[in-house]
Design a protein around this ligand. Structure first.
Ligand code: PLP
Length: 393
């Protein structure tokens, strides 16, 4: 007899990334060029030297091995609340901040706190596929809100969102700056979604994993200024990208009292606390790495400019539909060809690894995603030239 796994989990498709990882392992079929990996979004630089030196001292202290309070080290909660109060700017207090084991964990907890089997949540498509996978596992229906090409990137329509709401709708999820498209939602767009959520008694969850990479360190939105934000808005954050510590697993969830009460139970049951060493790394980052963070942001923005210039210079038939933070979303020129075939061709013929639009939703066959942040400045022009050759310029 073989035991049965949970059908709700068994039904969920495997993370699609395995397929492109297998291509990488095999190598390109027809190209001898060095591979440029623009697939998964990971910073292509190590953490700051000072951070690593600090941690190597910290791990010698017994405290580094122990549990912390469920919501995290108090100093870290204070430091994040203070950092956010400056960024937004709005008064955010430490008791509205819970430290999580990364941004994905924060998302899973937020959803578990808000919805259950038979409920539905509105998710703009293209989406970050882990979001949709979590809904499937929880028996929550994904209400896909198809984004449209627009001057500002790939954006969802408010009236179409309204039309998806019914009595079982619990939340709307936005990601800004967006993965996979790079689209940065304006404060006005985010406020409009906030009002939609409030008027329909829904939660508005915004995953702001990439908020540190906004141009000029701009404030992402003014939602924390809303008197009732704790009844509507759930903010998710990750320390993974900003301090280049994806393996330390530390993020945050920021919300009002009712949410925090639920999150306390969930966090205690799931993880008891976020990794102690990761929390120390995040705290050191917030206290000591302001300049480093700003320099990395400027560096990434420079790559974004280089990408735009390379598209203008080369004018490949791939169309730059949207870009921001770590990502560019491209409409490919091979109408009728599946996005996975296009990505495969780019890999086999040009040694350029991208992710196909189909990883991010059913209606995304015309697109591919380029995680250009993985490439250094010198490689960006080369990437676009390869796109040009593959698309017959
Ligand atoms: C939108 C978004 N949210 C969350 C995450 C995961 O963040 P973490 O490493 O903190 O779990 C990612 C990682 O790629 C992401 O793109």
């Amino acid at each position: 007899m073989v035991f049965q796994t949970n059908p709700s989990v068994a039904r969920v498709l495997d993370p699609p990334t395995g397929e492109t990882r297998a291509w990488l392992a095999q190598g390109p079929a027809k190209s001898a060029l060095p591979v440029i990996d623009a697939a998964q979004a990971v910073p292509n630089y190590p953490p700051a030297d000072a951070l690593m030196a600090h941690l190597s001292r910290f791990v010698r202290e017994p405290e580094s091995a122990f549990y912390t309070p469920i919501f995290g080290v108090p100093d870290l909660r204070d430091a994040l609340a203070a950092d956010m109060s400056k960024t937004y700017p709005a008064p955010i207090s430490a008791d509205q901040v819970a430290i999580s084991s990364g941004g994905n964990h924060a998302f899973c907890m937020a959803v578990l706190a808000l919805a259950g089997p038979g409920d539905n949540i509105i998710l703009p498509e293209p989406y970050y596929f882990n979001h949709q996978m979590w809904f499937d596992m929880q028996g929550i229906e994904t209400r896909a809100l198809i984004c449209h090409e627009d001057d500002g990137g790939m954006v969802p329509d408010l009236a179409e969102a309204q039309a998806l709401i019914d009595s079982r709708t619990r939340a709307i999820v936005l990601v800004s700056p967006n993965n996979p498209t790079g689209t940065i939602f304006s404060p006005q767009q985010l406020l409009a979604f906030y009002e939609l959520a409030r008027n329909n008694a829904l939660a508005l969850i915004i995953d702001e994993t990439y908020r540190d990479f906004l141009p000029n360190g701009a404030s992402p939105h003014a939602l924390f200024d809303q008197a009732d934000w704790g009844d509507v808005f759930v903010h998710l954050y990750s320390f993974s990208k900003v301090f280049s510590l994806t393996g330390y697993r530390v993020g945050a969830i920021v919300g009002g009292g009712a949410l925090m009460e639920a999150v306390g139970k969930i966090a205690d049951t799931m993880t008891i606390c976020a990794p102690r060493v990761g929390q120390e790394a995040a705290l050191f980052g917030l206290r000591e790495l302001g300049h480093w963070r700003a320099a990395k942001r400027d560096d990434l923005l420079q790559r974004l400019d280089l990408l735009g210039e390379a598209f203008e210079r080369t004018a490949p038939r791939f169309q730059l539909v949207s870009r921001g933070a770590f990502f560019a979303y491209l409409r490919h020129p091979f109408a009728g060809t599946s996005s996975i075939d296009v990505s495969r061709r780019l890999f086999d013929e040009e040694s350029l690894l991208t992710w196909p639009g189909s990883f991010f939703g059913r209606n995304q066959e015309d697109y591919i995603r380029l995680a250009f942040a993985n490439a250094d400045a010198g490689e960006i022009g080369e990437m676009v030239e390869r796109l040009g050759r593959a698309g017959g310029i």
